[in-house]
Design a protein around this ligand. Structure first.
Ligand SMILES: [Zn+2]
Ligand SMILES: [Zn+2]
Ligand SMILES: [Zn+2]
Length: 250
């Protein structure tokens, strides 16, 4: 099983248009520090699934017939915007797995095109796709939102964005058998008061409580990147900062 973190930025991305902060300037000068919208690619046993769909060149990167399905975390525009032209494509339909959010985003449900929206998933009820088991985990966000725990014979990876903290039922799933990797929303610097996203203090506390997992920060905002430039030693040994196109393999 392999998870590629296609994008690791929050809704603003880095560099943020018009921003002259050190993190945005660095990202303009060295593309390895740039962050695009947060999404990921899961590969297992010769098949690939997307987690969220926001890549600007989605159609070129994933030609028709190459994607077994899309897992939607939630229907905020920065996570689903590639669906809006993808839906008018030709070729085989693409199963879309998602939380129960009757509103969805704009008119996607009314005009789904080739998107085959599956019955909404339920938290903690596993979906079996060949040998891959996927457990939806409820998260704390302003819209119904799922993280996903991917379980293959080689091990487990949790992908948890967007969220503030982790609800108890979801936390219990992680405790039961700690994943090798936990990829988690960490949008803001420590002590930032955002209701719907973790700050660095939130994540360090969680990572401390699950020390056998390797925690990777994603959905990162430019202010957190600036903080990390100023405080390079602020992370614990089991926490690291993800970058775009980083691969996690089991
Ligand atoms: Zn900036
Ligand atoms: Zn969101
Ligand atoms: Zn988001």
């Amino acid at each position: 099983m392999k998870l590629t973190l296609i994008g690791t930025g929050n809704v603003q991305g880095c560099p943020l248009y018009g921003c002259e902060c050190p993190a945005c300037q660095r990202a303009r000068e060295q593309s390895k520090y740039a962050r695009t919208l947060c999404s990921a690619l899961l590969e297992d046993n010769g098949k690939q699934w997307l987690i969220d769909a926001n890549h600007p060149h989605w159609d070129r990167r994933f030609p028709a017939g190459t994607v077994a399905g899309i897992f939607i975390t939630h229907y905020h525009m920065d996570h689903v915007q590639a669906l809006f032209n993808l839906r008018w494509g030709l070729g085989p339909s693409i199963p879309v797995y998602h939380p129960d959010d009757p509103k969805g985003c704009d008119d996607l449900f009314k005009h789904p095109g080739i998107l085959d929206f599956q019955p909404p998933l339920k938290a903690n009820q596993a979906l079996q796709l060949a040998r891959l088991q996927v457990i939806p985990l409820a998260l704390n966000h302003s819209k119904p939102c799922f993280g996903y725990l991917f379980c293959s014979p080689q091990g487990r990876i949790a992908y948890l964005t967007d969220t503030k903290g982790i609800p108890d039922d979801s936390w219990q799933q992680l405790l039961r058998q700690p994943p090798k990797y936990v990829v988690i929303d960490c949008s803001n610097p420590p002590l930032a008061k955002a209701k719907n996203h973790n700050n660095l203090s939130d994540v360090l506390e969680l990572a401390h409580a699950l020390p056998d997992s390797q925690w990777l920060l994603t959905h990162i905002g430019h202010e957190l990147d600036e903080y990390l430039m100023e405080h390079p030693d602020c992370l614990s040994p089991n926490v690291s900062v993800a970058h775009d196109e980083q691969c996690l393999s089991l």
